[in-house]
Structures are given as C-alpha cells and as structure tokens.
Design a binder for this molecule. Structure first.
Ligand SMILES: [Mg+2]
Length: 241
C-alpha cells in the first residue's frame, strides 16, 4: 500500500484570497486581545498555524505561558473566523494538475492523506471549497464504524511540523488496520520544512515547486527523493516506483 501525505498551501491550493491569515488575526484579537495585521506576518511557508500564532503573538508581547494556555481556544476561534470569511468556492485556486494527479493516484490504488500546517477545521473547509476534500476521504469497506475516515496530521495538533507525520501514521494504522511502511509513505510539499518533516521519520519525500517562495532548484538542494515542477508527474513517479 502506498500512502501519500499532502501539504495543502502551495501544494494543492495556491493564490487564494488571504482570509486564512485574517482568520488567525481575528482569533488573536478574540482570544488574546492582541492586534495582529496579516500584512505584517513574517515568512510563514512551511510553518504550522500554531507556530505562526506563537511567533506573531510573542512579537506583540503576549507571554509564552499565556499563548500555550490559549492555543486550543485560538484554533477554535480561527476555524470559526475562517469559516465565516472564506469563499464557498476555491476551485479556481488549484495548483497545476492537482485534480488530475489526485484522480490518477486514487485510481492507481494509492491512499491519500494530509500533513498540513493548517488547523484541521480550516484544512477541511479549504479543501471542501476547493472541491478536493473527497479525495482524502477513505473508502474502506468493512472498516469498523469507529475507524477514522481520513488520515492526517494538522497544525493545531502540534506546533512543530516534524511532529505531524507520526500523527498521520498513527491515524493510518487505526484507519487501515496496518501501519504503513516508511518506504511506501511519501510526504509531498512545497517547502524545505515539508521535506525535513518527512525525512525526520525516514519517510520518502517529494518537493513540488508550486509554492510562492521556493524554486525547484532550492527545493532540490534540500535533498528530497523527488523534486518536481508541479504535481503533473507525481502519479507516474509514485505508482511505478
Ligand atoms: Mg505549503
């Protein structure tokens, strides 16, 4: 069984209106009374929403202990704000070949999951609006009703992206009844952080140069197993591996 764990921003979806950052700012005001501005965020590519929140809240003087205590409430508030702010249709913001690659991979028998810095509820809302959520719903006839219906590690479950692949693998074991083998598990993303989080667990890694920051050459220099211009070549590379 081949398991593919996809990043979302810059990998499946790009260029969407900046409502995700606005949702984080709204939640910061609601939960911490902090004034953040989307345009003043530093570089966020590859970071989890929790890590972005901590960095930006620290920068306006919120103490670490207060951030830690409020992070769960922050994630809930951010998800509610995103739900309110995000367009219902994000299908114009797929990365090149995203849909055809997901169709082809599913048809080829690959299992699709997520390793994303997005807060989980934001991830599902975003993928649903983009028309991509159904690709990440498991089709496992005979699975127990308590088995997870999807596989993922999300940015409200850890601040450190490197902690997310094991969460997704544990999810996969519960969902599928078998622990995926590292050599059959691929982490796919558009930043060095995606590559390093997969490599940290001896998983295979695919860099795609569809994000806003990192070129194909920069990503290749990080040493992924595969470096691709976009998702177009991914299915053949994975399914024929
Ligand atoms: Mg990304």
């Amino acid at each position: 069984m081949k398991l593919l764990l996809f990043d979302i921003d810059g990998t499946l979806v790009r260029g969407a209106p900046p409502v995700h950052r606005q949702a984080l700012c709204d939640a910061a005001r609601e939960v911490f009374g902090a004034q953040l501005a989307p345009a003043e965020f530093g570089q966020t590519a590859g970071m989890t929403d929790s890590a972005i929140a901590r960095r930006e809240l620290r920068s306006v003087g919120v103490p670490d202990a207060e951030i830690t205590a409020g992070l769960a409430a922050f994630s809930t508030a951010a998800a509610e704000a995103y739900d309110r702010l995000a367009p219902d249709d994000l299908s114009a913001y797929h990365t090149p070949h995203a849909v055809s690659a997901l169709v082809w991979l599913r048809a080829g028998g690959a299992t699709l999951g997520l390793v994303t810095g997005n807060i989980e509820r934001i991830a599902w809302r975003k993928l649903s609006a983009a028309g991509l959520a159904s690709f990440f719903t498991l089709d496992t006839p005979g699975a127990s009703v308590s088995a997870p219906r999807w596989i993922g590690g999300f940015g409200d479950q850890a601040e450190d992206r490197n902690a997310l692949p094991p969460l997704a693998l544990a999810h996969a074991e519960r969902a599928l009844g078998v622990m995926p083998q590292p050599r059959d598990t691929w982490v796919i993303g558009d930043t060095p952080a995606d590559i390093s989080c997969g490599a940290a667990h001896d998983l295979r890694t695919v860099a795609v140069a569809t994000g806003p920051i990192h070129s194909l050459a920069e990503l290749r220099a990080c040493g992924p197993d595969l470096a691709l211009a976009d998702l177009g070549e991914l299915p053949a590379a994975i399914l024929e591996d």
